[in-house]
Design a protein around this ligand. Structure first.
Ligand code: ADP
Length: 202
């Protein structure tokens, strides 16, 4: 049996940084490979070309992945330019996994739905909140449309409680709400934090 669902479906894995989203994606994908299913894994590229790479967890486990710029790249990779996914039939993989999905574009939503409608098990992992603890871009719509949502927690670096937020630090200090997402030349880092210990500089 391919899955508890009849045909394709959408599974979303969310949580803050260090919550084990990549680990959970790798675990699900590895099990599908063991079950001899055809699996394709994608992740956002830092440069603007396709290339082979890997999804790696902070603890070091990896699976092979293709680096892509956007949803259109994934579509092209799966179907070839201009071909409708639902006409692909048997040539589609059984499972499509995407890590760091929040860094792709909103066209990932219709693509994920189309793949699920075409019978594919789609597993998406990404941040549900940005460093301000605001909903991250198009992620809320993915959560709403998914058959299954797993919300993971990390461990708060201050108190050890379950952490649901990603603390952004710039030069060792909490970032401001309106700090630009990309800061040139600044030394920045991220930590997992709980609601109590997540801070924004006023
Ligand atoms: P994500 O994809 O959500 O960023 P990863 O799967 O890459 O998470 O990494 C999760 C791993 O990170 C944990 O299993 C643990 O080994 C490590 N880790 C480091 N810092 C923390 C933290 N503050 N809370 C939980 N895990 C952490």
């Amino acid at each position: 049996l391919k899955s508890p669902y009849h045909g394709g479906h959408l599974e979303v894995i969310v949580g803050p940084m260090f919550s084990g989203k990549s680990e959970e994606l790798i675990r699900r994908v590895t099990r599908a490979v063991i079950a001899r299913q055809r699996v394709s894994v994608f992740k956002p590229a830092l440069d603007d070309r396709y290339h082979d790479t890997a999804v790696a967890s902070h603890a070091g486990r990896t699976v092979n992945a293709v680096a892509v710029r956007d949803a259109a790249d994934i579509r092209a990779h799966l179907s070839g330019e201009g071909t409708l996914l639902h006409a692909q039939g048997d040539t589609l993989p059984d499972v499509v996994g995407i890590d760091e999905v929040q860094f792709l574009d909103a066209a990932i939503i219709p693509l994920a739905l189309e793949l699920a409608d075409a019978g594919v098990r789609v597993i998406l992992a990404g941040l549900d909140q940005d460093f301000r603890a605001e909903p991250f871009g198009f992620m809320p719509e993915l959560l709403a449309r998914a058959e299954s949502v797993e919300k993971l927690t990390a461990i708060c670096t201050v108190c050890g409680a379950p952490a649901t937020r990603s603390q952004r630090l710039i030069g060792g200090h909490p970032a401001r709400f309106d700090d630009p997402v990309v800061l040139v030349g600044a030394e920045e880092s991220y930590e997992a934090r709980c609601r109590v210990h997540h801070e924004l500089r006023g």
